[in-house]
Structure formats: structure tokens, C-alpha cells
Design a protein around this ligand. Sequence first.
Ligand SMILES: CC(C)(COP(=O)(O)OP(=O)(O)OC[C@H]1O[C@@H](n2cnc3c(N)ncnc32)[C@H](O)[C@@H]1OP(=O)(O)O)[C@@H](O)C(=O)NCCC(=O)NCCS
Length: 178
Amino acid sequence: MELERPRDPERPERFAIAAMATGDIAAVTRIERACFTTIWPSDAFYNELSSNKLAHYFVGRVGDRIVAYGGVWVILEDSHITTLAVDPAYRGRRFGETLLLRLIDEAIERGAAWITLEVRESNTIAQQLYRKYGFTTVTMRHGYYSDDNESALIMWAGSLKSELYHNRLRVLRRRFES
Ligand SMILES: CC(C)(COP(=O)(O)OP(=O)(O)OC[C@H]1O[C@@H](n2cnc3c(N)ncnc32)[C@H](O)[C@@H]1OP(=O)(O)O)[C@@H](O)C(=O)NCCC(=O)NCCS
């Protein structure tokens, strides 16, 4: 059994983000199972990494342990956050926010002007994080999730190219890094 080391305020944990590799999939799948009631088919991450040129996936590590992951598709000016999750034992430490910021930066660097995602109606924690980054609900898909028929909120932010959004990111990043 792996014991979690207590957090030491004198030595803050370094959260390092890197591109997801196929060798990371087992660890990612473990986090996915702990976070979601419906999980992707077993080969989905492999297919995304090996064959989808529009897809950009990242993992976040503390030491050598993968504790978070996320992905975004960028299709010309449109982008779509496909997934984002933090290991339950590592939540509330700004790791989810850091990774979301990385996904938004990736979309902007690749020329996206708009970014969208879907989130469970009951998932108010994730919605709060997304709202912080300028996402608003544009519509609802009733009964979207097949396991329990829960509805999805479709959230959207833009224009990622606008001065207004860049200023918002600058302020959030500054607050975040201080
Ligand atoms: C959503 C998730 C990624 C957030 O990750 P996290 O690392 O715990 O969150 P952070 O510490 O980075 O918090 C960033 C922001 O998220 C929101 N948030 C995080 N925890 C929250 C809580 N318990 N209550 C309310 N808002 C919360 C806040 O907006 C917070 O910003 P603030 O501290 O300035 O208020 C994480 O809860 C998770 O993995 N959930 C399960 C998977 C999931 O729902 N993914 C999204 C699918 S669409």
C-alpha cells in the first residue's frame, strides 16, 4: 500500500505538467475510475494519443505520481475540453485549475477562439472552476449521461483571442501565482 506523505507547508508540492504518453494510460485510468461513474472504453485514450491529431492530452505529476489529467481537441478556431480530473486524494490544491489553465493555453496557442465542454448538472464544483475561467452555460442536453440520465450543461467561453479574455487570464494567473 502506498502511504500519502503529509503536506509540508515549508516544502510545497511541485505539480509538473507533461504531455500524456501511452505509458501513462494505466495511471490515468485509475484516476478516471475514482472520478467518474461512466468511463471511456479501454482503448479510447490509446486511440486519442496515437491517431487523433486534433487531441492534446496532459498529465500532472507530484514527484513521479500521476495525480491529474486532462485533454482538449483543437479544430481550427474551435476547441473542446474532453476531460479533466484530479485524483480525489489531491484535490483542493489548485492542481485542477493549473491543468485547466494549461488546456486553455494549449487551445489559444493552437489558434482557437472558442472553447466548450459538457459537465454534469450536479457537478457544481467543476462548474465553479469553469465559470472562474469565463465559461458560461449556453444550453442543456437533457438525459445526456447514459448511466443515470443526468443532464449536461454545455458551457462555452470566448473569444479566447479577445483582449478582454487575455486580461482575464492575466489577472487570474497573477492571483494564482502569488
Ligand atoms: C473539478 C476538479 C478537476 C477540480 O480540481 P481541484 O484540483 O480539486 O480544484 P482546484 O483546487 O484547482 O480549485 C480551483 C477552483 O475549482 C473550484 N472548486 C474546487 N473545489 C471546490 C469546492 N470544494 N467547492 C466549490 N468550488 C470548488 C473553485 O472555483 C476553485 O477556485 P477557488 O479556490 O478560487 O474558489 C476536481 O474536483 C475533479 O477532478 N472532480 C472530478 C472529475 C470532474 O468532475 N471533472 C470535470 C468533468 S467536466
